[in-house]
Design a binder for this molecule. Sequence first.
Ligand code: MG
Length: 297
Amino acid sequence: MIIEDNCLTLNQIADFLSERGYKVVPCKYCEEAKELLNEVLPDLIILDIIMPDMDGHDFCRWIRSNSRLKMIPIIFLTARDSIEDKITGLKIGGDDYITKPFSMDELLARIEVILQRMDSFHELSMRDELTNSFNRRYFKERLQEEIHRVKRTGRPFSIIIADIDYFKKINDAYGHCVGDFVLVQLVRFLQNHLRRTDLVARLGGEEFVLLLPDTSSGKAFLLMERIRKVLAETHFQYNDNDTVADITLTVSAGIACCPEHAEDAESLMTLADRALYSAKTAGRNTIKISIAAQKHT
Ligand SMILES: [Mg+2]
């Protein structure tokens, strides 16, 4: 998003960036930008400071105080070039500062640096540190998206909560390094045996959740049964200087399907968790589908 009251500068930047593949939202006024920000979430804002309807610094403060918008990087663009102005701009949450007149190439270079940094932050913020699977936060976002998709398309999806059986025994017998190794190996194993559109996230400890778009509970069950059987026969070789271990493991899992069992995130998680619990009590190395009749509407 470019917010700049000078039409010539606005168009120059917009054209320059469009030609380089950026999707540009040009705005002449801060109020217009505020309006548009109800609908769009830009990756970056280029913001003029001297504007007719609002001071750019105030606009920046407004962005930073808005929970949905506050992470958007901002590059200030201005004719003011005093050190005090630059310091003010950075202190209130500007990420960079360009003084007019400026070279388009310099602006582009600054944009690219910021966007690359944001990409790596985003990548980090959605991954589990140990296993590099997705984390709970990212899963929650995707779960909401899938629920919306079901409402639009009517096509079901399933979630599977899977938990390693007797994981504590592995830790107790071989130590935490081997326990961590098992978690990493299991994520790889699951990713290799799922479809490209499926997602694996670590909920915490030895508990994982799978998100299977476009999948009924019956289909999810068949898929997970296959995985369960192959996993039970797979040997993971841990070989470090001091420790050599040949590990086999099993998982238990519970399945809940949207919209079959529930249509909101919390109920789906509760039902999958309950199904997991009944898989555990049924003797482990077992997959159970939710038996919820109490579908929430
Ligand atoms: Mg201006």
